[in-house]
Ligand binder design. Structure first.
Ligand SMILES: Cc1cc2nc3c(=O)[nH]c(=O)nc-3n(C[C@H](O)[C@H](O)[C@H](O)COP(=O)(O)O)c2cc1C
Length: 375
């Protein structure tokens, strides 16, 4: 057998895997997060080594109406591929129509169906987590969509509705039966929302019950949690949400620990420069989406991201005290520099937005961000 080419890096301890033709390498994914996983943040995560990214959940009905705001949520750039578009809805025909529209853009690699969102607005319409209560419906939704598009179709679900209704094994089997190419499981119930322990034993059970790749999700907060989840559960890939907020470097670190390398932590300078890149990318995105005052509106939107970036770090308290004063890019960076790096922003040249993130492909414009609070 010919020797493997020398890459200068160790091999992955847990291999890359495929969802249909889509290679997930390394076996890590950024979970969908409403209000966070826009084109800018996703591109940053991919640059830092994340294997697969997801859009936040978008409404199949919104796409059927050709809503401009919905299309803005689906803005994507080639650099972030492979990328999954996540749809929510409970009507198979609408979902299939929305999936076809997404496929027609030629910009997506995977259609993911949301079967886990706990938000009442979504559940009351029979969508999101409500679908878990009816595995036959889950199967029908997947098969209708899978028959409508050539792209692989996956689903993201939860452990179950409540402690008394932990039926993820049945739901995942239904997804496989319907022709789904992968399933991602948030190992908490709908009633748990995002709190409490994630049930990794259940992930191991699901992994045994289906042949399609399983992405395990829930409670991955450190680089070491990644290989731990993969080893304990046997799932194909590890998906993380909150562990990446304000810390996209976790994907670089996951890649490192999966290769038995020591994880490299970002320096203050690296953090500060990424904050600038993320913020400027957000302003550009707001401008593309037709916001009337993109700099001010993006700065306001960015405050929640900034909270995540500085939380737990030196200087965080004084940065957070001044959140209200961050009204545009310059005021935001001046405060970050003064309190986080201990220097004025005049001391350094701005990071060019030409080297920025998430620019490029504009889709029709929007009025505001994020379709649902949290799923
Ligand atoms: C702010 C926020 C928004 C979310 N939005 C979505 C979403 O749009 N679609 C979805 O399937 N899950 C959504 N989730 C759930 C996450 O994808 C993930 O399943 C959950 O946070 C558990 O992973 P973690 O323990 O790594 O945070 C969201 C979670 C948060 C915190």
């Amino acid at each position: 057998m010919p020797a493997a080419p020398f890459t200068g890096r160790g091999a992955l301890r847990f291999p890359a895997f495929n969802i249909g033709p889509v290679r997930v390498d390394p076996p890590t994914a950024l979970a969908p997060m409403a209000g966070h996983t826009d084109v800018v943040f996703r591109t940053i995560c991919r640059r830092l080594g994340c294997g697969l990214v997801y859009t936040e959940l978008v409404s199949a009905e919104g796409l059927a109406r050709d809503g401009r705001r919905t299309w803005d949520l689906l803005e994507t750039v080639p650099e972030e591929r492979p990328i999954a578009a996540q749809l929510f809805g409970a009507d198979p025909v609408r979902l299939a129509d929305a999936a076809r529209r997404i496929e027609d853009t030629g910009r997506y690699d995977l259609i993911d169906l949301n079967m886990g969102c706990p938000v009442p607005k979504v559940v009351s319409r029979g969508a999101g987590a409500a679908i878990m209560r009816d595995p036959a419906l889950a199967e029908r939704l997947v098969s209708t969509v899978a028959n409508a598009v050539r792209l692989p179709v996956s689903a993201k679900t939860r452990a179950g509705w409540s402690d008394d209704e932990v039926n993820a094994v049945a739901v995942c089997r239904a997804v496989e039966q319907g022709g789904g190419s992968a399933v991602a499981v948030h190992a908490r119930t709908r009633l748990q929302k995002h709190a409490g322990a994630a049930n990794w034993e259940l992930l191991a059970e699901i992994r045994q019950a289906v042949r399609i790749p399983v992405l395990g999700n829930g409670g991955v907060l450190t680089p070491q949690d990644g290989p731990r989840m993969l080893a304990i559960t046997g799932v194909a890939g590890v998906m993380l949400a909150r562990g990446a907020l304000g810390n996209p470097w976790i994907f670089r670190q996951l890649d490192q620990v999966l290769r038995d390398e020591l994880p490299i932590f970002p320096t203050d300078r690296e953090i500060r420069d990424l904050i600038e890149l993320h913020l400027r990318g957000t302003v550009d995105m707001f401008a593309r989406h037709g916001f009337p005052r993109p700099a001010a509106q993006a700065a306001a939107y960015f405050r929640q991201q900034l909270v995540s970036y500085v939380r737990g770090r030196r200087g965080a308290k004084s940065v957070l005290r001044q959140l209200a004063a961050m009204v545009d890019v310059e005021t935001t960076l001046a405060i970050v520099d003064e309190h986080f790096l201990g220097q004025g922003s005049a001391a350094r040249a701005p990071v060019s937005s030409a080297a920025g993130v998430g620019g490029g492909t504009s889709l029709p414009s929007a009025a505001s961000r994020s379709s649902a609070e949290s799923a």
